[in-house]
Design a binder for this molecule. Structure first.
Ligand code: FAD
Length: 393
């Protein structure tokens, strides 16, 4: 007769339509039944569970907000809800999904020609072709807008790409990798759809020994005179401003992922503390433990209400870079606090993989740094509210 464990304390679910709610529960059930049983073992072995891709495709949730090309054309809010549901069970899987559906499909959707969209989006929607997004480099992360070292030049017949990319999710098995490169002539950043499995100038090596997001396959990509035809250059990506449009769209999704990570950790911790007994009583009955749980819940609830509003603004076409950045900064900071308290209330078991929370603790660190670190997203907000840019380029 204990109350149900539910990390949606302010009943934001009640704001969803019955159809939205059904889809949310469909994703939740899929994650619980098909994904949760595989996760800890795959995380431990740093292996991607390829067997879930086909089942994932059947959910029909890829390319959620896009219109046409077989995509569901649902709201950004629904995309966020789905990101939360996936991350609530595992952040690696939500990252795999975010890279494919958000960054890679989003680049094609926002910057591709009609022919490029027709070729790639329908099969990516069905997960028959997997996408990756190559922006970050070994020497340049935060400063990639001005400091990108990967180059492209047109040799009269093809574009020729040279350089390296680092941290590129899904790139060890992607069919198409969006590569961003600086034009040697104009100095502008351009985007290319590199057919990863066919191009001899493209080599992706798996990064080993990651201590977070171990299921996601990140790669170092080396481009050596990698030839790409003009028809595979993203037609509407003509400067870094176009790359930034993609990031603005997906950064809101990363904030939702942080919420999912915090929710998963909170729910696990609450369940654990109600069962675990010390000094003859469940530890959940002790005031200091309740304080941790309430701190977790208040962080979680604040984040949820923030991202809910963020997505409403995105659906109304009002989202700016600074709106997305503020949510990314706040949610990734608060999530760190939630997962660390979740670990704390579980005592020694909090560092064991089998209790899930240790995985959330590690994965929260990756969320904190990718798609713009805390500092970089803070500077984006700082520039918007003060009118002064702290960036040097
Ligand atoms: P750096 O830029 O070297 O930053 C180091 C530190 O310096 C940070 O704390 C940063 O905030 C701080 N800093 C830098 N500049 C400033 C400044 N001006 N003022 C104050 N502080 C500053 N990239 C992709 O392109 N595709 C992917 O699929 C992808 N997946 C990723 C998955 C994971 C698990 C991770 C960890 C990263 C991934 N990335 C990906 C890369 C990610 O976006 C970068 O790690 C991120 O942008 C930060 O770059 P960096 O790691 O090189 O850190």
């Amino acid at each position: 007769d204990l109350p149900p464990i539910d990390g949606d304390f302010y009943n934001l679910d009640l704001r969803l339509t019955p159809e939205q709610r059904d889809l949310q529960l469909k994703v939740r059930n899929f994650m619980e039944d098909e994904v949760r049983p595989l996760i800890n073992d795959h995380w431990n072995r740093a292996k991607f569970p390829f067997e879930i891709i086909e089942k994932f495709a059947k959910l029909g949730i890829t390319g959620v907000p896009y219109e046409g090309y077989g995509c569901p054309n649902l709201s950004f809010l629904m995309e966020g809800i789905i990101a939360q549901e996936i991350a609530r069970v595992d952040v690696s899987i939500s990252t795999f999904f975010g890279v494919h559906s958000g960054l890679a499909m989003g680049s094609i959707y926002l910057c591709g020609s009609e022919a490029q969209k027709q070729e790639w989006l329908p099969k990516m929607q069905k997960l028959e072709a997997i996408g990756a997004f190559g922006l970050t480099e070994p020497n340049v992360g935060s400063g990639v807008a001005g400091g990108m070292e990967t180059t492209c030049r047109f040799d009269g017949e093809n574009w020729v790409l040279n350089g390296q990319k680092k941290w590129i999710g899904n790139a060890t098995f992607s069919d198409v990798t969006v590569i961003w490169a600086r034009d040697e002539d104009t100095n502008e950043v351009k985007g290319f759809l590199v057919r990863a499995k066919e191009n001899p100038g493209y080599k992706a090596e798996k990064m080993e020994d990651k201590m977070a997001l171990r299921i996601v396959q990140n790669a170092i990509i080396t481009l050596t005179d990698c030839k790409v035809p003009e028809s595979d250059r993203l037609k509407h990506a003509n400067s870094f401003k176009d790359t930034a449009k993609v990031l603005r769209m997906t950064r809101a999704g990363v904030a939702w992922q942080a919420v999912g990570c915090a929710r998963g950790a909170y729910e696990s911790a609450l369940k654990y503390t109600r069962k675990r007994e010390q000094f003859g009583r469940p530890i959940a009955s002790y005031q200091l433990i309740q304080n941790h749980l309430v701190e977790m819940l208040s962080n979680l609830t604040a984040m949820q209400t923030m991202v809910f509003r963020l997505s409403e603004m995105q659906d109304q076409g009002m989202l700016t870079d600074e709106h997305a950045s503020l949510a990314k900064v706040y949610c990734s900071m608060r999530t760190r606090d939630v997962v660390s308290r979740a670990r704390e209330v579980m005592g020694g078991n909090g560092i064991l993989l089998e209790y899930d929370v240790a995985r959330f603790v590690a994965d929260a660190e990756a969320i904190y740094s990718y798609e713009g670190t805390k500092e970089i997203n803070s500077l984006i907000v700082g520039r918007a509210i003060t009118g002064y840019s702290a960036f040097v380029n």
